[in-house]
Ligand binder design. Structure first.
Ligand code: HEC
Ligand code: HEC
Ligand code: HEC
Ligand code: HEC
Ligand code: HEC
Length: 171
C-alpha cells in the first residue's frame, strides 16, 4: 500500500512539473518582443530577394537563422532609399555590433524541430507555418507558431504520412 502511495505522489509531482512548464511557456509567448529596428519584409520582398537569401539555414539545417549584418551589407554598404531606419544598418556595422534581433518563434526545449527536412524533402512553403511574410511591414514581435501544439504537428504528419513516433520530436 505504502509503495503505491509513493508512486502516486511521483506521478502527481511529474504532472505539476508539466503544468508549471506549460504555464511558464505560455507566459513567455504572450509577451511581445521589442525589436531594435523597423525592418519591413514587404519592402525587401520588392528587392527581388527570396526568403532563403536572408534565412540561409532554412534549406540546409535545423535553424532558418536570422541574417547577420554581412547579409544586410551586401546592399546597405551604400545608402538605400530614404527611410530614417536605413542608416542604422551602417551605424551597427561601424560600431562592429550585431543587430540584436529577438527570436520570437521557438518550440519548447524538449521538442526537436528542423527546417531542412520540412522545406526541402517535405517541399513545404514557409507560409504554411509562418503565414504570408511578403506583405508584413513591421518586424515580427509575436510567435506565429503558437498554433503548433503537439496535436497540430501530429495532424500534419498524419496527413503527410510522416511518422508520429514520440522519439521523432522528443530526442
Ligand atoms: C538585396 C538588397 C538588400 C538586402 C540584402 C537588405 N536590404 Fe534593406 N533595403 C534595400 C533597399 C533597396 C531598400 C530601400 C527600399 C525603398 O526605399 O524603396 C532597403 C530598405 C531598408 C530599410 C528601410 C525600409 C524598411 O522599412 O525596411 C531598413 C531598415 C533596412 N533596409 C534594413 C535592412 C537589414 C537590417 C538588412 C539585413 C537583415 C537588409 N536591409 C538587407 C535592400 C536590401
Ligand atoms: C513545418 C513548419 C515550418 C515551415 C515550413 C517553416 N518553418 Fe520556420 N519555424 C518553424 C518552427 C516550429 C520554428 C521554431 C523553431 C525552433 O524553436 O527552433 C521556426 C522558426 C523560424 C525562424 C526563427 C529562427 C530560426 O532559425 O529558427 C525563422 C527565421 C524561420 N522559421 C524562417 C522560415 C523560413 C524562411 C521558412 C521557409 C524557407 C520556414 N521558416 C519554414 C516552423 C516552420
Ligand atoms: C532582406 C532579408 C530578409 C528577407 C529577404 C526575408 N527575411 Fe525574414 N527576417 C529578416 C530579419 C532581419 C528578421 C528579424 C526582424 C523581424 O522579425 O522582422 C526576420 C524575421 C523573420 C521571421 C521571424 C523570426 C523569429 O524571430 O522567429 C520569419 C518567420 C521570417 N523572417 C520569415 C521570412 C520569410 C518566409 C521570408 C520570405 C517570404 C523572409 N523571411 C524574407 C530578414 C529577411
Ligand atoms: C504542414 C505540415 C507539417 C507540420 C505542421 C509539421 N511537420 Fe514535421 N514533417 C512534415 C513532413 C512532410 C515531414 C517529412 C519530410 C521528409 O519527407 O522527410 C516532416 C518531418 C519531421 C521530422 C523528421 C525529420 C527530421 O527532422 O529528421 C521531425 C522531427 C518533425 N517533422 C517534427 C515536427 C514538429 C516538432 C512539428 C511541430 C512543431 C512539425 N514537425 C510540424 C510535415 C509537417
Ligand atoms: C510531430 C511531433 C511530435 C510527436 C510525434 C510527439 N510530440 Fe509530444 N510534443 C510536441 C510538441 C510540439 C509539444 C509542445 C506543445 C506545446 O508547447 O504546446 C509536445 C509536448 C509534449 C509533452 C509536454 C506536455 C504538453 O502537452 O505540452 C509531453 C509529455 C509529450 N509531448 C509527450 C509525447 C509522447 C508520449 C509522444 C508519443 C506518443 C509524443 N509526445 C509525440 C510534438 C510531438
Amino acid at each position: 500500500m505504502r509503495h503505491r502511495g509513493v508512486r502516486q505522489w511521483e506521478l502527481f509531482s511529474a504532472w505539476c512539473g508539466l503544468a508549471l512548464l506549460s504555464l511558464v511557456s505560455c507566459d513567455s509567448r504572450a509577451e511581445a518582443a521589442v525589436q531594435p529596428m523597423a525592418f519591413s519584409h514587404a519592402v525587401h520582398a520588392e528587392q527581388d530577394t527570396t526568403c532563403v537569401d536572408c534565412h540561409i539555414g532554412s534549406e540546409e539545417g535545423q535553424y532558418a537563422t536570422i541574417p547577420t549584418l554581412n547579409t544586410c551589407l551586401l546592399c546597405h554598404e551604400e545608402p538605400q532609399g530614404e527611410d530614417v531606419n536605413e542608416p542604422l544598418v551602417r551605424e551597427y556595422a561601424e560600431r562592429d555590433e550585431p543587430i540584436p534581433w529577438v527570436q520570437v518563434n521557438r518550440v519548447v526545449g524538449h521538442v526537436y524541430f528542423s527546417h531542412a527536412p520540412h522545406v526541402v524533402r517535405g517541399e513545404l512553403d514557409c507560409k504554411v507555418c509562418h503565414g504570408e511574410m511578403t506583405t508584413i511591414d513591421e518586424p515580427v514581435t509575436e510567435s506565429q507558431i503558437d498554433w503548433m501544439t503537439m496535436d497540430a504537428c501530429m495532424d500534419c504528419h498524419t496527413k503527410e504520412k510522416v511518422s508520429n513516433d514520440c522519439l521523432l520530436c522528443h530526442k
